[in-house]
Design a protein around this ligand. Structure first.
Ligand code: G3P
Length: 222
């Protein structure tokens, strides 16, 4: 399973890429608005330049024609851009046309295995089940990721399962076990994944033990 960052913050993307563990980025209108980017196109192009892998940028139109118009424009902004559309009847219809034109689509706001199945049939490159929001609504978000992964494997669909709305590190492990191709995670979760108190305690003890023997005054003067 690969990891993408779910953010529109340049600094976070830079750091994630520098760590060598982030191979793509997903954004949504909420994340872009949170950063207050004055120019959406410029922001998407900047992020596309920071990471080699796919960068999802969401359109705002809700009708098929509007989605296709916006998607064709966004697709021209950078070679690694992926257009994000909601899974609706219009979103599916737009995806089936755009995917045949070679435009990569991430069908988002997926809350069921049936929606994911339709996304695959329409030719989406990614489908994004929203795990945290399913959990919030009293469902088992990860069970739906597992169902989708099973259906896709069984039916030999090439659409990639992109687990989204990830809220904590455990979600990442479970997504990987469930068969997700990608988990897109907030920067905070990436930092939480790195941390372990026993790692910090272990580092402190190694240094302390070393210093006790090799950094005593008399040893230093030898
Ligand atoms: O990018 C979409 C998704 O990851 C949103 O997450 O936490 O707002 O449900 P969240």
């Amino acid at each position: 399973m690969r990891l993408f960052l779910d953010t529109a913050n340049f600094k976070e993307v830079r750091h994630g890429v520098e760590l060598g563990v982030i191979s793509g980025v997903t954004t949504n209108p909420t994340l872009v608005a949170k950063e207050g980017h004055p120019d959406f196109k410029a922001a998407v192009r900047e992020i596309c330049g920071l990471v080699d892998g796919p960068v999802s940028a969401e359109v705002l139109s809700l009708d098929r024609q509007g989605m296709m118009r916006e998607a064709r424009e966004v697709a021209g902004w950078a070679p690694n851009v992926v257009v994000k559309l909601p899974i609706t009847a219009d979103g599916l219809a737009a995806t089936s046309v755009l995917s045949r034109e070679g435009i990569k689509i991430n069908l988002t706001l997926c809350f069921s295995a049936n929606q994911a199945l339709l996304a695959a049939l329409a030719g989406a490159t990614f489908v994004s089940p929203f795990v945290g929001r399913l959990d919030d609504a009293g469902h088992d978000g990860m069970a739906i990721v597992a169902d989708i992964a099973q259906v896709f494997a069984r039916c030999h669909y090439t659409t990639q399962v992109l687990a989204a709305s990830i809220r904590h590190p455990l979600h990442c492990v479970v997504a990987a076990k469930a068969g997700a191709d990608v988990a897109t995670i907030p920067y905070k979760v990436l930092m939480q994944m790195i941390q372990h108190p026993l790692t910090d305690i272990g580092i402190a003890r190694f240094l302390e033990d070393w210093r006790k023997v090799y950094e005593r005054e008399e040893v230093k003067t030898l």
